[in-house]
Design a protein. Structure first.
Length: 188
């Protein structure tokens, strides 16, 4: 079962572009591709970045979002921060016993089938050598994530940001921890 984002009850209702009244917002998950695009649009200014991500998380237009009272915006910004920085396990009720079996916060559709979890494989040395030849950190992260998950690089865009974050934590272990780390009980 996939996770459902919370509903935010507005402290002060706003007027929608169609002149109806909005008194609550069903927040939306942030997805990897959409987040990349929003951050590229926003540039380097942190306030602009949060505004663009708040648009994604709420589905509101710029005009609608500009009407929010500051406390409502702060609540949405907190949600955006959690979605952008926390792994999927933070949002799920069941703790994941095996860190190499990743339960997705939001299912993805790959090759016509719904994928609700991924099994991670440790990267082979050949793959890490190929990864290091790529120019940007983003290209390297996407290459090694595709290698460890068995997904194609375009499929990664379908992942929610918390799912992406969850994968990066474990892949970082694969890339930087010695063999004894994986033999110990603390790595599971």
């Amino acid at each position: 079962m996939s996770w459902t984002p919370p509903i935010h009850i507005l402290l002060s209702p706003i007027t929608a572009d169609d002149q109806s009244q909005i008194d609550q917002l069903q927040l939306k998950p942030l997805f990897y591709a959409a987040q990349k695009e929003a951050l590229a649009r926003a540039g380097d200014d942190e306030d602009d970045q949060f505004f663009e991500l708040a648009r994604l998380a709420t589905g509101l237009s710029v005009k609608e979002l500009d009407q929010l009272k500051r406390p409502d915006y702060v609540s949405i910004a907190q949600y955006v921060h959690e979605m952008s920085s926390r792994p999927a396990s933070h949002f799920l009720d069941d703790p994941q016993a095996d860190p190499d079996q990743v339960q997705l916060l939001q299912p993805i559709s790959v090759a016509g089938r719904s994928v609700t979890s991924l099994t991670l494989e440790m990267p082979v040395l050949r793959a890490t050598k190929a990864m290091k030849k790529l120019k940007t950190a983003k290209e390297r992260a996407e290459f090694i994530t595709a290698h460890c998950t068995g997904l194609m690089i375009p499929d990664l865009d379908l992942l929610s940001v918390p799912d992406w974050t969850q994968l990066q934590v474990r892949i970082d272990d694969f890339l930087n921890k010695p063999a004894d780390f994986f033999r110990s009980a603390t790595s599971k």
